[in-house]
Write a protein that binds this ligand. Sequence first.
Ligand SMILES: NC(=O)c1ccc[n+]([C@@H]2O[C@H](COP(=O)([O-])OP(=O)(O)OC[C@H]3O[C@@H](n4cnc5c(N)ncnc54)[C@H](O)[C@@H]3O)[C@@H](O)[C@H]2O)c1
Length: 256
Amino acid sequence: MTPASALYNDLRDAGVIVTGGASGIGAALVEAFAAQGAKVAFLDRDVPAGEALAASLSATARHAVGFHAVDLADVEALKEAMQAAVDGLGGLKVLVNNAGWDDRHDLDDVNEAYWDHNQAINLRQMFFCVQAAAPALREAGSGAIVNLSSIAYLLNMPDLPSYAAAKAGIIGLTKSLAGRLGPEGIRVNALLPGMIVTERQKELWLTEEGMAAMVARQCLKRVLVAEDMVGPCLFLASSASGAITAQSIIADGGVF
Ligand SMILES: NC(=O)c1ccc[n+]([C@@H]2O[C@H](COP(=O)([O-])OP(=O)(O)OC[C@H]3O[C@@H](n4cnc5c(N)ncnc54)[C@H](O)[C@@H]3O)[C@@H](O)[C@H]2O)c1
């Protein structure tokens, strides 16, 4: 079943930035915002995939889709890329903090450098993207931030402690920033995907047995795909969810 799509009038011509938009869930979100008629820019370190996606979407989208190549672990580069993206859009209403890195790692092997790098990609950059986006969101008078967390931190998964800690941290970050930015009309929510089968997930971590086991835990007995995150994300980005902030939405087919 292909997820249904709704059209949100307030997203038309709205400035939207998606991090990690070159592939996976982020690419589905970039495509979906472009289909809403939004002005979309995305940040990613994967240059070939980013350039290809921006070119293919720009051919038919209402507004050309902007791609900014950056490693978000580099905070100074992140700030420059965010500024360039905001300038290119001419304003900002929505930030989707989607970029993440679910590399597996073991308790006995992780050193300080690995831990710090993992946190830099999975947690630190989300804070600094919000900091960089805040002036433009304030200028817009209202806005929405959607932070991609994960059910991974609720599942006692043994092979990604740093990632799980970061994804749990995103919930705290979301609630604190919602408190800070709410008085300025900016909403901040978290989206927790379940097992979303992307090309990368299939290549790296997912086996047929693993996928079958997760589907068995879900209420909905089907494999979830990147497009399943579009509806919840557009809803949280749109003023349709205008009274919702500081919340976490789990979109996992009913594991929790
Ligand atoms: N796929 C899943 O099952 C799943 C489940 C729960 C949560 N999530 C979360 O959803 C988000 C998207 O997941 P996905 O599966 O599509 O991931 P993905 O790995 O397929 O895509 C992530 C994108 O972010 C980019 N990226 C990663 N590190 C970056 C960096 N340092 N600088 C710039 N770009 C960087 C990658 O190049 C890629 O395009 C992530 O935050 C992830 O943790 C995914």
